[in-house]
Write a protein that binds this ligand. Structure first.
Ligand code: FES
Length: 94
């Protein structure tokens, strides 16, 4: 199962293949905050420190919100829009 590692704490959580990162909320080790869950608030902004290729590509709504937040670097994502296909390490920007 793919592993999500939180860069700040070094803790890891396993999720099923093709899980949404939103599923982190169903674990007792979620270190991200979520708001709208629909690319509309930016609360869940993250930097993907490792494993960017293990996430789905950005969609248009996500690109628009990251532009508005002025954090649309290649490693910046909205966790609520991400699906997991392998191990990643993330750092919360929210
Ligand atoms: S929770 Fe609002 S943008 Fe992700």
């Amino acid at each position: 199962m793919p592993t999500v590692t939180f860069y700040q704490s070094g803790k890891s959580v396993e999720l099923n293949q093709n899980s949404e990162l939103l599923d982190l909320e169903n674990t007792d080790q979620c270190e991200l905050d979520f708001g709208c869950r629909a690319a509309g608030c930016g609360t869940c902004a993250i930097e993907v420190v490792a494993g960017l290729h293990n996430l789905n590509p950005k969609n248009e709504d996500e690109e628009d919100m990251l532009d508005r937040l002025d954090i649309n670097g290649p490693n910046c994502r909205l966790a609520c829009q991400c699906r997991l296909n392998g191990d990643i390490t993330i750092r919360s920007l929210g």
